[in-house]
Every structure is written in C-alpha cells, then in structure tokens.
Design a binder for this molecule. Structure first.
Ligand SMILES: NC(=O)c1ccc[n+]([C@@H]2O[C@H](COP(=O)([O-])OP(=O)(O)OC[C@H]3O[C@@H](n4cnc5c(N)ncnc54)[C@H](OP(=O)(O)O)[C@@H]3O)[C@@H](O)[C@H]2O)c1
Length: 347
C-alpha cells in the first residue's frame, strides 16, 4: 500500500520536473529569439490605414499598443460592446488624450456574431476613408466555447472566427478592386486546425437546428478546429482563384504561437489544460511582434503558413498537411458565397 503511494509520488515529482524544465527551456528559447522578432521597421506603418478585429485584449490589444507607441498609423478598431471593450476604450483614451494620435483612432462597434453588424462596421470605415484601407487584420476569435447558435443561425465559433471574417475580407476586396492601392489581409489561424485531424465538413458551417446542439468539449474543439481550418482553406482559394496575379493584394495566414491571453480563460477547457496553456507559453507581445514582422516581410509567400513553433518557440513556416487542399478550398468557398451573397451586394 505504502510502496504504491511512494511510486505515485515519485511519478508526480518526475512529471513536474519535466514540466518545469520544459518551461525553463521555452523561456530561454523565447528570449534568445526575441532579438530577431524585435527588429520591426515601424516607419513602414506610418500613414497606413489599419483595420483590426478584436483589439480589447490579448494579441489584438498588443498589436494596437505596439503600433500606437511606435508608428503614425490610422486605426479602425472593430470590437463588440463588452466589459473588456469598455475597459480597453477607457485605458486607451487615457493614454492618448494629449497626443496627436487621438484623432487617428476610430472605435467601431462590430459584433462578429451578426452579419449586419459586420456590414455596418465596414460601411462606417469606408465612409471615413473612401480611398480604402491598407491592412486588414482578422484577429478576433473565441475558442472551445459553448456550442451556441448566433442570431444568423450558425455555430458561434464558426461565425465569429471564420464566416464574419470572410465577409469582412470580401467586402474590402470588392471595394478595393478598382483602386490603385495595396491591400494586405492577415488572417489569424492556429495550429489547432489539425487538432483533431478532421477534414473540412460542410455540416459544421451550415445553419443549425437548435434541437441538435451537442454541448460537449469534444464537439466544441471540433468547431474551433473547423473554423481555423476554414481560414486556411479560404485564404488558399482566394490566392489560387480570386486575387492571383493581382500585385496589389496580399492575403496570408499566421499562427501566433500559444500565448497567454483571455482566449483559454474564456473557454470551456478543463482547468488543468487552461493552467498548462496559460503558464508554459509566450505573452501576447511576442505574438504581436511576430505578426508585425510577418506583415512587413516582403519575402512572405501567400501560399505558406507562418507560425511560432509551439515546442521550439521559433518563427517558422508550418508545412500545411492534407487537410488544406484545393478541392476542400473550392467547396468551402462556394458554400461560403451562398451564405454571404445577401450581404455582399450592398451597393
Ligand atoms: N492565444 C493563443 O495561444 C492563440 C493561439 C492560436 C491562435 N490564436 C488566435 O489569436 C486570435 C486572438 O486571440 P487572443 O489569444 O488574443 O484571445 P483574446 O484575448 O480572448 O482576444 C480575443 C478578441 O476577440 C474578441 N471577440 C470575441 N468574440 C467577438 C465578437 N463576437 N465580435 C467581436 N469581437 C469578438 C474579444 O472581444 P471581447 O473582449 O469583447 O471578448 C477579444 O478582443 C484568435 O483568433 C485566436 O483564435 C490564439
């Protein structure tokens, strides 16, 4: 009896030693690689018009503060009405109240669970800037939440993470089509696109019958996985078929690494998993700098997927696997067009 107990204690101590060594290793690598990531030529963001979704906390907030501190860009911050939004708004107002940049920040209410709200956000932006925008960062997201249905009838993770961002992207692509101006679209995906390893399946993107909702952690992860896979597929199709040979448009996906933000706290993941994810990884500044670096890197190829390797914590090109293929990309694009057609022909 006692020997069994000792054995269990030894195993637990062993696992803890491995775990904390891993954290130490990650932190060490993190610092050694930060030097490259910190080399950002912020001047290149001067006078750019940047639209970003979900800037109240986490990666979005870090990107905004980093750019406000170091550049002279104009910002459209697309956020929903939430407690976080109010706190973010007040803190930002306080920080910029005596600066010139205060006239260059536009707060736009935009709830990604409602297509009308996305279209209204877009209309407001072009009413301020009829010349169009330079950079769109599709950042907002939720992960492993309840499988709730949105006002438009879709799964909340699918609409927030994917369909609404596809809508926003299409609206700007259509608008910028006839303008002689560059547009860069950065989609924040995740390596979760292959966890679990599941092909794109239309049923997760279709309207949902409320009597058929399954509230369990596994389905919730599948919705997250499918939403992040969809961003990669959609980007793939846009690059292959829609914007090919258009030198003015660049669209690509990044994985920001695993970093401590509100994402996991707001999820339904088990406590122990939240604890590990929140404690063993980067902070959002690291992810933000990686994303800004990627935006400025002219060598970035649209067909690649850029990310922070979650084990070695270094920026890398992640090989896309069989889940990202042209056949699924086309199927998803066609399906999404049907969902969005009523919202795309607004003029
Ligand atoms: N953190 C990671 O390790 C990690 C890893 C891979 C990918 N990502 C991706 O990185 C992106 C940013 O996430 P984060 O980690 O920075 O998480 P976060 O701190 O939770 O930030 C998410 C942002 O999205 C906003 N948002 C959520 N639902 C929205 C809605 N319906 N309408 C408008 N905005 C909404 C949130 O607004 P509220 O404050 O109002 O909720 C918040 O501003 C996400 O796409 C996520 O999937 C993160």
């Amino acid at each position: 009896m006692y020997s069994e107990l000792y054995y269990i204690i030894y195993v637990i101590i062993f696992i803890l030693i491995i775990y904390f060594s891993y954290i130490y290793y990650i932190s060490y690598k993190n610092i050694s690689n930060m030097s490259n990531i910190n080399n950002i030529d912020y001047k290149k963001f001067d006078n750019k018009v940047i639209v970003i979704t979900g800037s109240t906390t986490g990666i979005g907030e870090s990107i905004v503060y980093d750019l406000i501190n170091n550049s002279n860009a104009t910002f459209f911050l697309l956020n929903r009405d939430s407690t976080n939004q109010k706190i973010f708004f007040n803190n930002l107002q306080e920080k910029i109240k005596n600066t010139k940049i205060k006239n260059k920040i536009y707060h736009i209410m935009c709830d990604l669970t409602e297509f009308d709200s996305v279209v209204n956000g877009y209309k407001k932006i072009i009413s301020y800037f009829s010349d169009g925008i330079d950079i769109l960062i599709n950042n907002a997201g939720i992960s492993n939440t309840n499988n709730d249905i949105t006002i438009n009838g879709y799964n909340k993770q699918i609409q927030t993470n994917f369909i609404s961002h596809a809508l926003l992207t299409q609206l700007f692509l259509n608008y910028m089509k006839n303008k002689d101006k560059k547009l860069e679209v950065i989609n924040i995906s995740s390596i979760s696109y292959y966890i679990p390893y599941k092909m794109y399946d239309e049923k997760y993107f279709d309207k949902i019958d409320s009597s058929k909702i399954y509230q369990n952690m596994f389905t919730s992860q599948i919705y997250y996985q499918q939403s992040k896979l969809a961003i990669l597929l959609y980007t793939n199709y846009l690059n292959n078929e829609i914007v090919k040979n258009n030198k003015n448009i660049k669209i690509f996906c990044v994985h920001p690494g695993i970093c401590k933000t509100n994402l996991f706290d707001k999820s339904n993941l088990p406590f122990i998993l939240k604890y590990i994810l929140n404690n063993s990884m980067n902070n959002s500044d690291f992810a933000s700098k990686f994303i800004l670096n990627t935006i400025l890197n002219d060598e970035i190829k649209e067909e690649n997927f850029y990310g922070i390797n979650p084990i070695y914590n270094i920026p890398e090109i992640t090989e896309k696997n069989g889940l990202v293929n042209d056949k699924c990309s086309k199927k998803l694009y066609m399906f999404t067009e049907k969902i969005l057609k009523n919202y795309l022909h607004i003029y």
